[in-house]
Design a protein around this ligand. Structure first.
Ligand code: ADP
Ligand code: K
Ligand code: ZN
Length: 433
């Protein structure tokens, strides 16, 4: 039932001891090898001797996504570049994505931890697992891939898109397990219906979903339309990628692998720890990462910690469903998008006014992003052709910055609502809760 019981079922006292010794190790590693961390600790008058207990750690500085951008591309790496065997990146402001790296040992750990998540949700040696998370610079596809192989399942790396082919492959290959984003999978379920394929024509039994927020209603819909047990899993590239935490089949919160990650929940305003079980911002420290160790990373994700033992026998704490984010990051089909990325493209384009609005909607379970942009009067009077060209040019530019399809609409001057206070840049029509 459990992939690695020695760790996953460790008594809590031993987990804490292991965390403290690994934390000492990682702190001394970044002190030696990453100027950024050493400086930040010295600024606070801290040295390695100041960590005697796990509680002492709350004095140490936080790390934010901006720190990764400021040190782009490899400034926070703790090993020589030649020891890095894989790079991934997540989208970021123009030209400056967040780059993450892995040593050979990091990749082994990653496979072990995605294997734990997949095993906890029911994946086994005999399964054929179709992975429709994106393969490429995103951590999703390849991250899950190696965990599934480690379990010994047959992996079908279809990656995202090409829905009809996905469904034909499920049917012809006898796929029993699927990995994807909840929204894309709902979309596939709908395409399946249109193709006249019923859930009993397929052999699906389990599904693994993450990369974006989803509700219990979506879970029920996925489970009933596909005939699967659907579990939630959580990860982020800065910490590793998928495999940071995942639900067991009891579906009562995501077990977080505390032998590799130290979790804290803090008040996002005061940055002080919240009471046990209370909701706050998730802060994660990687305890074993070699290439890119991260100290007290502010995930901006809102959740709570459950330390009580789980009915499955795992002793590792759980995090509740992600309730939202503290920043303005939008998640569109699993891809992270900041409104500022869109703004940068717009303001660097001649003839475009700094008035725009982003409208998010959902059609056939897929997120749709539309951008309304005002053009200047003289351009508006000009020939239609130049408008069409401008629309195309901007659409293309945004698509290449964000990596997702986007609809852009040029609109007449003074048609986007002006607000007296903070401009309303985002309208999110994708009802989640
Ligand atoms: P990934 O490729 O795993 O999506 P990213 O680094 O691109 O990793 O995005 C990480 C962010 O995605 C998280 O900080 C969180 O906001 C969101 N996310 C990932 N998994 C989940 C999940 N299961 N539920 C809600 N949000 C999630
Ligand atoms: K994401
Ligand atoms: Zn459990």
């Amino acid at each position: 039932m459990i992939f690695n019981p020695d760790y996953e079922c460790m008594p809590r006292k031993r987990i804490k001891d292991l965390q403290l010794s690994r934390l000492r190790g990682i702190l001394s590693r970044v002190w030696e090898n990453v100027k950024f961390y050493r400086q930040k600790m010295e600024e606070k008058g801290l040295s390695l001797k100041d960590l005697r207990t796990l509680e002492d750690f709350s004095k140490f500085p936080f790390t934010a996504k901006q720190d990764l951008r400021d040190t782009y591309p490899f400034g926070l790496f703790a090993v020589p570049e030649r020891d890095v065997v894989r790079l991934h990146a997540s989208s970021g402001t123009t030209g400056r994505p967040t780059v993450v790296g892995y040593t050979a040992k990091d990749l082994e750990t990653w496979a072990e931890l995605t294997a734990r998540v997949l095993y906890a949700g029911g994946l086994r040696h005999d399964d054929k697992v179709q992975n429709f998370l994106g393969y490429g610079l995103f951590t999703g596809g390849l991250g899950m891939h190696y965990g599934a192989e480690k379990i010994g399942a047959t992996v079908i790396p279809t990656s995202v898109g090409n829905s009809e082919r996905q469904i034909n492959i499920m049917k012809d290959f006898g796929t029993t397990a699927i990995i994807g984003t909840p929204s894309y999978t709902l979309h596939l379920a709908e395409v399946m219906k249109d193709m006249g394929i019923k859930r009993d024509d397929l052999k699906l039994r389990v599904g693994f979903f993450g990369a974006e927020p989803w509700t219990e209603e979506i879970r029920k819909e996925l489970e009933s339309s596909l005939g699967i047990i659907a579990t939630d899993n959580y990860g982020l590239s800065e910490i590793m990628g998928p495999g940071v935490a995942g639900e067991c089949q009891l579906k009562v919160g995501m077990h977080i692998w505390e032998d590799h990650f130290l979790v804290e929940i803090v008040d996002p305003e005061t940055l002080e720890p919240v009471e046990p079980g209370e909701v706050g911002e998730l802060v994660i420290t990687s305890l074993t990462k070699e290439a890119l160790p991260i100290i007290r990373y502010r995930t901006r994700d809102i959740t709570y910690l459950i330390e009580e033992p789980c009915g499955c026998g795992r002793t590792m704490a759980r995090i509740g469903k992600i309730k939202g984010r503290t920043d303005d990051m939008l998640i569109i089909r699993g891809v992270n998008v900041f409104p500022s990325q869109i703004e940068e493209v717009l303001i660097s384009t001649q003839g475009v006014l700094p008035h725009y609005q982003i409208v998010l909607d959902r059609k056939n379970h897929l997120d749709i992003i539309e951008v309304f942009v005002e053009v200047s009067d003289d351009i508006f009077q000009d020939k239609m052709r130049s408008l069409v060209e401008m629309e195309r040019g901007l659409t293309h530019k945004l698509k290449s910055v964000l990596g997702i399809d986007i609809k852009l609409r040029l609109v007449e001057p003074k048609t986007i609502e002006r607000s007296s206070g903070k401009a309303k840049r985002v309208i999110d029509k994708r009802k989640l809760n």
